[in-house]
Design a protein around this ligand. Sequence first.
Ligand code: AVI
Length: 323
Amino acid sequence: MSQSAPALSTNAFLDDVLIGLGGQPKSLPCKYFYDERGSELFAQICELAAYYPTRTELEIMQCHSGEMAALIGPRARLVELGSGNSSKTRVLLDRLVRLEAYVPVDISSEYLTRAASALARDYPHVPVLPVSADYSRPFDLPRLLRAARTVVYFPGSTIGNLVPSEARRFLKVVARLAGPGGGLLIGVDLKKDPRILNVAYNDPEGVTAAFNLNLLVRINRELGGDFDIGRFRHEAFYDETHGRIEMQLVSTARQIVRVARTSHAFDQGESITTEYSYKYGLGEFERLAAQAGFVLRRAWTDEKSLFSVQYYAVDPSAPAGLR
Ligand code: AVI
């Protein structure tokens, strides 16, 4: 509960934090996990034995990249959203024929520049045209004269961090970006035994806990907050009703926290929701994508059906408003 008037701010991070802490229940947007330390911790999560999505998606890519490349076809413009270090993309780039351009889009220009120059060195025949942008907002693509089609690549099941209504809206924007004849190659985490999910977000090494708590460290550093990190603990659980992992930071004491001249009272056991990670059934995600103007061409999964990579075409018969 916010006990004093929020400070005036021109800072989106501060605005979002004050709105989230003022809500009931309290929440914080997961996009703010990724400062430098948060990105490092996320990279460590991807290497954990318990966190199956990254290695399983890579395995699917390695097994089926030939088919994926055939569906994408020659002379495409491949646009990767949230490209990070573009590691999974290399598997595709090894297979794609006469790619007109690879356009990595990432909010972190530092990551982007590093990844783009490494790719340009390793794939000298592929024009790499990085775009530094927050892909959740409208942005322009570099103009190309010859690209046959635009294919958007959105790996990592980042789509799962949006609630389904936001995911649908986001996919509509992607369909518009890809345009007529375009496609979408997307990584989607699947529903499974909740025990596997619960361990993946509660790793014994405590890296996910550190990743979650780092959000409070970031608020303290960047927004002058006074969160006592020792008085919050990480919690993550699978909510079967909503089909999602919910991550929270739980206050272990009754306490008042100050952020930018606002006070926020916590009861003992009160939580801040920091992330949802939705898991889908194959048909369930296909229906969501169809509502955004996509038709499924092919879905690949691993042997245990933990994760999927799916290729969609922009539906030529979808009404313009859907695209
Ligand atoms: C980035 N995103 C898809 C991850 C996920 O699994 O939802 C973020 C994450 N949160 C905790 N561990 C990983």
